[in-house]
Design a protein around this ligand. Structure first.
Ligand code: NAD
Length: 506
């Protein structure tokens, strides 16, 4: 396949689909074949997109639309996304290597219901909140208004490009902002198609702009642009720090969803079958390339050998293969760079004294000779101070750590710079709930994992992030708060400075 035979995706700026001399090559991670190209933007295109977003915001076509009008457009987009699920799934998996089962059930499957939730918020969100009437220092009525910020920048990662982009576009649009989104350079296709759907559903021109491009150019310009009031970012902690630095020049608001090294804590009263399946699902879903993946397994010393034996048995039944086959459990990892990085971590683990209980390399077979494949791998003899326990590998690698008491399990779970998620496996709900109070993480799942529910907030403690996405307050992150004070006394001598002066006279 050559660049001339694959479909090219232009970018969307101010309601126009714009071609570019520079193209991003979109490659299928399972065989490294070129499957599409996309227009690549830099600072110039970001500037044009921000200008268009600013003009659309000022026009009021969206920012001053009624709540019901905004909700109705978002609902229409959600419905159309549902209708075109298969097409969006294909655009997602040809670029990010998710299996068709995962993408249909999760990556793309969640988009329509999450957008439906944002539409509901657009309808119900209280943009005006009257405060109790004040009698001191003067009789007055305050109204607290939540107003759209203006131009919002969104920067998304490659693992769930459309869903994580939506977590920013959805509340930003619901609140009346105009948006410029920069998808990751490897995976812009589903977001570009989503923007076409939004256009077809009547979202006014310029309200949503999509500029794929390199992070250091397009992303950095968006994060530092003086006319962008807010950046919603999902990605690595390292780039998250850079986003904060870039945004600080104009004191932009930021929401950061960053990395993780989440613990799965198995208690000695857990149902072993449930815990084994849950721990594997927690770590290996999408080959461990999920921010909240449970990549550290904390298991009691007394259960360790039996538990590891069951984990290894079950791991050997996981099938790797064609991402478009509904029977396939796991696909490849995203890129050659990430493949090298994961293999290097396995080398580091071996040097640190970890033992490979299963996996540990590239799977054998002709179909795995091209593309970026890694076997699901379990490392035992891991201590929590090792790099494989502390650093985000972002691949199918589970590090098993023994503990001897519940207190020690909590200490190990919290002994990390991250704090995104965690899971606890136990037969005793009260015991697990008590432990949940001690865990420093934005999500604690008891006898479950990867439970992303759009009705509850998601985000991280410590270096896993700043702010929260989803949940009933999602629009708070995309609004300014204004207090409008209306004097009702009509009397000059009730004004605060007169009160002060009259006190001075006493
Ligand atoms: P990344 O940080 O490399 O890239 C994320 C985005 O930032 C991309 O669009 C990239 O182009 C852009 N970018 C890169 N450098 C930039 C710069 N200097 N200025 C502005 N933008 C820049 O992350 P990734 O490899 O795409 O994604 C994997 C990471 O994302 C992991 O660390 C993972 O844990 C994290 N993640 C977090 C969540 C969450 O909700 N907390 C969800 C998914 C992924």
């Amino acid at each position: 396949m050559t660049a001339t035979t694959v479909r090219n995706f232009p970018m969307l700026i101010g309601g126009k689909w714009v071609e570019s001399d520079r193209l991003l090559e979109i490659r299928d991670p399972q065989n490294d074949e070129l499957v599409a190209t996309a227009a690549s933007g830099g600072a110039e295109q970001v500037d044009a997109a921000v200008e268009a977003a600013k003009a659309s915001f000022k026009s009021g076509s969206w920012s001053r639309a009624t709540q019901a009008e905004r909700a109705s457009v978002l609902r229409a987009i959600s419905e159309k996304v549902g209708d075109r699920l298969d097409e969006l799934v294909e655009l997602e998996i040809m670029a990010n290597g998710a299996t068709v089962r995962q993408a249909t059930g999760f990556h793309i499957g969640y988009v329509a219901p999450h957008l439906e939730y944002f539409a509901e918020l657009a309808d119900k969100y209280q943009f005006e909140r009257p405060a109790p009437r004040a009698t001191f220092p003067s009789l007055a009525q305050s109204t607290v208004r939540k107003e759209p910020i203006g131009v919002v920048g969104a920067i998304a990662p490659w693992n769930f490009p459309l869903l994580l982009g939506l977590w920013k576009m959805g509340p930003a649009l619901a609140a009346g902002n105009s948006v410029v989104i920069k998808p990751d350079e490897k995976t812009p296709l589903s977001t570009l198609e989503f923007a076409r759907i939004a256009e077809e559903c009547g979202l006014p021109a310029g309200v949503l702009n999509v500029v794929p491009g390199p992070g250091v150019e397009a992303g950095a310009r968006l994060a530092s642009h003086p006319d962008v009031g807010k950046i919603g970012f999902t990605g690595s902690t390292e780039v998250g720090r850079e986003i904060m630095r870039l945004a600080s020049g104009t004191v932009k608001k930021v929401t950061l969803e960053l990395g993780g090294k989440s613990p799965s804590i198995v208690l000695d009263d857990a149902d072993i079958e449930t815990a084994v399946d849950g721990v594997l699902y927690g770590c290996f879903l999408y080959s461990g390339q999920i921010c909240e993946s449970g990549t550290r397994l904390l298991v009691p010393e007394s259960l360790h050998d039996e538990f590891v034996e069951r984990l290894v048995e079950r791991t050997k039944t996981i099938t790797l293969g064609d991402t478009r086959d509904w029977e396939t459990d796991l696909g490849p990892v995203i890129s050659a760079k990430q493949h090298r990085r994961i293999l290097n971590y396995l080398k580091i683990g071996a040097e640190e004294g970890a033992t490979v209980a299963t996996g540990g390399g590239v799977p054998k077979g002709e179909q795995f000779e091209r593309g970026h494949w890694i076997e699901p791998t379990i490392l035992t003899d891991v201590r929590n101070d090792m790099r494989v326990a502390q650093e985000e590998i972002f691949g199918p690698v589970l590090s098993v750590i023994k503990y001897t008491s519940e207190k020690e399990a909590i200490e190990i779970a919290n002994d990390t710079t991250y704090g995104l998620a965690s899971s606890i496996w136990s037969g005793d709900n009260e015991r697990a709930l008590a432990m949940a109070n001690e865990i420093e993480a934005g999500s604690v799942w008891i006898n479950d994992s990867h439970q992303i529910n759009c009705q509850v907030p998601f985000g991280g403690y410590k270096q896993s992030g700043l702010g929260r996405e989803l949940g009933p307050d999602a629009l708070d992150e995309y609004t300014e708060t204004k207090n409008v004070h209306l004097d009702l006394s009509g009397r000059r001598d009730r004004r605060p400075y007169d009160v002060l002066l009259s006190h001075a006279d006493d």
